[in-house]
Design a protein. Structure first.
Length: 605
């Protein structure tokens, strides 16, 4: 039996928050109502129904009924969507006390394969910028994918490489760049600040609205330091009354469960919650050397389990005098991951090494338009995370799972016995000012400041020789200014931007145990241009002198298999991207979108 180690506090918090959501029922009376049916005439439960360009949104109840109350009379475009069905749009007239409109959705057997194409249409504004961006919406595929990596690997020019184990870190390659050269963000903030022990594939997919993949320049209002590529996860922000739940299971004892809900307290004010549980034994088969048999054969991995328990609550406010948008989010998580092997698969397996821990995080987003031309956006996050790493066993394991022998005088499977407990405190803020000087001229000023620090203890080292007991921190500040201009009846759009980078690391040399303080300042820039020949054909190009500051782990190590290296220098790259896009005319029986892109890189350091 799989046992989830969630705390009573978290369980009670989620239960208390969800109680009003479970008690909420759809109202069947109102100005506009109806039933949503599937292709066979059966009512659809949980279909998403909205009125285009309004805040009227809902989901169908257990009878397939949707209802909107007190809608002003007029003409509206009614939209209905459902996983596994084609979207439906129809024009309705609200004229009397009650208008009834029933809808029938046709099956879409290829919804997962078509999700990228449909999402591109929904995110067309992102995709048609001068910068090369792919944008994927997860609404249609959230119940059919395992993690974010499974979604973005379907995009052209994107390769995702993992170990094969659910929950393991993945490596994203964008146009030839990979590793930490490709930065990951959540709502525009560095992922390592909001969730220090997560990678992008650990983020629960039911909390994600959209994923933007920047295959070149990462703009100043999203990126920090990156070498020419980044992935930004935009979390779910639906101002509707709804309750969604899903459960999936698969091979290798894999389980994924999720419940999320949202409830409107008053006009423009809503609260919501999300609970996610992921588990897998990851006991898939592979070919390995079995020591006692002195041969390679098919074996089953026996020490690679993964568990993630995640819960969050949020308050969302829109359209108030003091804020066009305000959002507060609090979340807690618990994480467990066994380690089956080191960086390479050797002749011996690991059977006692694992990571454990968890943490809490808080984030805010505030947006306000000041006058007619200036918009202020600021979002920040604070997280506190505990990471426990255990590598203390004296057992020596074969890939069969058997214990071959014991090494009581030299325990530890990664080379040195370790029992470390580290606390991470991370804080970040991004503040952006957007100034529309004229309808064709726009300035953008954005600053990101982020600080990571850690302190802890490795019980397997003498305290006087343990560098973890000394505080280690990394401060980064990236300031950017961008100007964008439209010319030739808005056919040509070009932009230029400059970035100023500053970093300071303070810690201790792991070998000499002496205090170290290193700082640096540098700059970068980019330019972009796009020309629209018509509404179906455009060309674009961008050039960037990019810089990437080493990550916290690269500077200070991870206490396990990555050693500290305080002598690392920032990496630079000159990146040129060119491309063109052509869409076939609307109304044709066969429609297609053709996009061509090319790039060149020159990296240093």
């Amino acid at each position: 039996m799989v046992k989830a180690r969630t705390t009573n506090v978290l369980s009670n918090l989620i239960l208390a928050f969800f109680l009003p959501v479970f008690c909420f029922g759809q109202q069947v009376s109102g100005a506009l109502k109806g039933i949503v049916y599937d292709a066979n005439g059966e009512p659809l439960i949980g279909a998403y129904v909205s009125l285009q360009d309004t805040d009227w949104r809902t989901v169908t109840d257990v009878d397939g009924v949707y209802a909107f109350a007190a809608i002003p009379a007029g003409e509206y475009t009614l939209i209905a969507t459902y996983v596994g069905a084609s979207d439906l749009e129809t024009v309705v007239q609200v004229t009397g006390p009650v208008t009834e409109v029933d809808l029938r959705l046709e099956e879409d057997a290829n919804v997962l394969a078509e999700a990228v194409v449909l999402a591109k249409t929904a995110a067309r504004e992102q995709q048609e910028r001068a910068l090369q961006i792919e944008s994927v919406e997860l609404q249609k595929v959230v119940s059919r994918v395992k993690d974010v990596g499974e979604v973005i690997e379907r995009l052209p020019g994107v390769n995702v490489r993992g170990s094969g184990s659910f929950g393991d870190r993945i490596d994203i390659s964008l146009n030839g760049l990979n590793g930490t050269a490709v930065r990951t963000f959540i709502d525009g903030l560095p992922l390592e600040i909001v969730f220090p022990q997560f990678t992008i594939n650990n983020i629960p997919v039911n909390s994600i609205a959209r994923v933007d993949v920047y295959k070149g320049v990462v703009p100043i209002d999203v990126g920090s330091d990156a070498l020419g590529g980044g992935v930004n996860v935009i979390t779910e922000q639906r101002n509707v009354n709804e309750l969604r739940a899903s459960y999936g299971f698969g091979s290798f004892n894999t389980h994924q469960a999720a419940v999320s809900g949202n409830y409107t307290l008053s006009e423009g004010v809503s609260v919501g919650a999300n609970v996610t549980y992921n588990y897998s034994d990851n006991n898939y088969t592979m070919n390995a050397f079995v020591f006692e048999d002195n041969e390679r054969r098919e074996i089953e991995r026996f020490h690679d389990a993964y568990r993630l328990t995640f819960g969050s609550i949020h308050l969302d406010v829109r359209g108030k005098k003091w804020a066009d948008r305000f959002r507060f989010t609090a979340n807690a998580n618990e994480y467990y991951k066994e380690v089956q092997n080191g960086g390479i698969i050797g002749n011996l397996a690991f059977g006692g090494t694992f990571y454990d821990g968890g943490g809490t995080a808080f984030s805010t987003l505030y947006e306000k338009k000041i006058g007619q031309k200036l918009t202020l956006t600021t979002n920040g996050a604070y997280s506190r995370t505990k990471v426990i790493f255990v590598d203390t066993t004296a057992n020596v394991f074969s890939w069969s799972g058997n214990i071959l022998t014991r090494r009581p005088n030299s325990p530890g499977e990664l080379g040195r016995s370790s029992l470390s407990d580290r606390d991470f405190d991370n804080i970040a803020n991004r503040t952006t000012l957007r100034w529309a000087l004229t309808p064709r001229d726009e300035f953008l000023l954005s600053n990101l400041v982020a600080n990571q620090s850690t302190i802890g203890r490795d019980e397997k080292r003498p305290i006087e020789r343990d560098p973890l007991t000394r505080n280690q921190s990394l401060l980064k500040d990236v300031l950017g200014l961008q100007y964008q201009r439209k010319l030739f009846q808005d056919k040509l759009t070009f932009g230029v931007a400059g970035k100023l980078y500053y970093y300071n690391l303070a810690g201790v040399d792991a070998n000499a145990l002496t205090d170290v303080s290193i700082s640096g300042t540098d700059y970068g820039y980019y330019a972009s241009a796009k020309y629209d020949f018509n509404d179906r054909f455009f060309v674009r190009a961008s050039f960037e002198n990019a810089l990437r500051i080493p990550t916290f782990v690269q500077f200070f190590g991870n206490g396990a298999n990555i050693a500290a290296n305080l002598t690392l220098k920032p990496e630079t790259s000159d990146n040129l991207n060119v491309g063109a896009s052509y869409a076939s005319p609307r109304g044709n029986d066969l429609r297609f979108l053709l996009t061509l892109n090319g790039f060149t890189r020159s990296q240093n350091n």
